[in-house]
Design a protein around this ligand. Structure first.
Ligand code: VGL
Ligand code: ZN
Length: 218
């Protein structure tokens, strides 16, 4: 079968999470081996009739940046209005090169066919790991309504980082009523993944591999 022939159903969506320069080698919040998701995603993309991308998109001085909190360092946690928030290095600042999509994402297979680019984390005082619900667990991005109105039933996630934005997006996708798969080998994590895997099992997030999907077995 030709590599770029769609084999997935019309109500299947490939949801690509934060495949941006700052999460890859040389970036401000580089995920170990983050670049490895790109060739996998390029291969997967040709199988899907529908693709949506998310883009972490923070204003300068965002509340999740350690630099915004005197005396605090990246990866420390602080209490904000909505609870505990991990602090990060400045990353994916709007209109900076680090916020751009990874330069090796295939233009013809991924970027041009993408039907929506959903930006998140643009409110200065609220972080958003999930593509659906911001970290205050109240502010919605509108994505669930969009996907429902479009008639999607199954959501397949890939991208960065497995233990943050992929994790929260996948769990919220299940809660929003979609059958949800994480394409494990097309993701990379910032830290340990045991808690993420436990939560996936508990929430009913299913796991898939890129090979299964490319072979048309999903
Ligand atoms: C992410 C931390 C901060 C992610 C985004 O894309 O997983 N992680 N912002
Ligand atoms: Zn972020």
């Amino acid at each position: 079968m030709p590599l770029s022939e769609p084999t997935m159903r019309d109500d299947d969506l490939l949801l690509l999470i934060d495949v941006q320069r700052d999460f890859c080698a040389g970036g401000r919040l580089a995920v170990p081996d983050g670049d490895a998701v790109v060739p996998a995603i390029n291969r997967l993309a040709g199988r899907f009739k529908h693709i949506v991308l998310t883009q972490d998109w923070h204003p300068a001085g965002h509340t999740s940046f350690a630099s915004h909190h005197p005396g605090k360092r990246p990866f420390e946690q602080i209490l904000v209005s909505y609870g505990v928030q991990t602090l990060w290095p400045d990353h994916c600042v709007q209109q900076t090169p680090g916020a751009e999509f990874h330069p090796d994402l295939d233009v013809a297979l991924v970027l041009r066919p993408a039907e929506l680019i959903l930006r998140k984390g643009f409110r200065k005082e609220i972080d958003s790991y999930s593509a659906f619900l911001e970290n205050d667990k109240r502010t919605t991005t509108g994505l669930a309504g969009y996907l429902r109105e479009r008639g999607f039933r199954r959501i397949f996630l890939a991208g960065l980082a497995y233990d943050y934005c992929v994790r929260f997006s996948a769990v919220d996708a299940v809660r929003a009523g979609f059958e949800t798969f994480v394409i494990e080998d097309a993701c990379r994590a910032i830290g340990p993944v045991a808690e993420t895997e436990r939560e996936f099992a508990q929430a009913g997030v299913e796991l898939a591999t890129a090979a299964e999907i490319v072979a048309g077995r999903a």
